[in-house]
Design a protein around this ligand. Sequence first.
Ligand SMILES: [Zn+2]
Length: 384
Amino acid sequence: MNYTSDNTYKQETKKSPQNIAQNIGQNKVVESFSNYYSKLRNFYSTNTVFSRLNNVGQVLPNSWTAKCLKLPLPTATNIPVLYSTNLKFASYANLLMCKSIWLCPFCSKKITNFRRKELKELIADPGLLSSMLTLTIQHSKKDSLKGLLDQLTTSLRNLKNSKKFKSHMQEVGIIGTVRGLEIIYGENGWNAHYHIILIANRELAGIEFNEDFAKALWAKIVRRTNGYASKKYGLKYSPGRDNVNLYASKWGLDQELTSQKSSHGINPFQMLDNLTPTNIKLFQEYAAAIKGRKQLLYSKGLKKILKMAVVSDKTITEDVSKFDVIIALITREGWTNILDKQVRGELLAVASTGDINELFNYLSHVLTRDQFKIINEYISQVQK
Ligand SMILES: [Zn+2]
């Protein structure tokens, strides 16, 4: 069967696959993108990510995430299914991406995978020394997440603005920080904490970081927000690249597609696996509380000092440059069918096998013949 010589399709839609390729490949590829897709290879093999995404739609029906990977872009005449021959992995294009690192099981996975790699590259830089601070505030079931986050944010701001702390950071030779925010829910209710990677220039590195001083200062600062941080456990200093590396390697992975509970509790995405009234309420509280907050934040100017490329979440989520083949086009009507049947994940799993005949059989099974077109054509314009 020759799927590629189909001129009828081109006339009907007034758009050649090449034109589509130009459109979808327009997000500039940044060098450091490299192979982060490879980690996602098994991503579609289960339907979990899509079942969680569907459940966000139920819990937060008016959110952008409810429309993520559902709503075709206004200009789209069809939904291309793309394939990477190198990574053996398929993806959709021409769909809205919500880019929500906190709420979207799909977008957050793409973003955290990229950011983790970026972070690991930074830590591996032989000219830099890295260490880490972990900052917590005591919490109980009575605390709202918003209240905890506000306390944590205010306390961190006050710590950073403290003259004593600033001058100590200078003595240590810190040129910048990378701050990560993590949220879980456990026996004692919400737990929010910061990890702060301290980056020092090896040549400028001065005295050792004074953990006792920082512990006492953190406890004092938190008390001013009417919160409590234990002098012993509120702040923890972990020196050395190994500790930081371990953190960076695991960063974001707690939100993996796992149903396993960590010893500290469950992450918000795990609440989506079981939509009990409690979990729905908790996820809604979480969504309202994290609005506008950053998950990973580089201190001002750090990326510039280190000559790191600034890659936006939008670029990461919308990037399709690794895909070199358009294997199928689904009409908008066909797409509505795919959504109704809730087979977004299944279709990608089949497409990810790279078996065109199998994909043809599958699509013939779920759609009518005029709702899809097998293309199987190389996109020459995008980077392979
Ligand atoms: Zn999304």
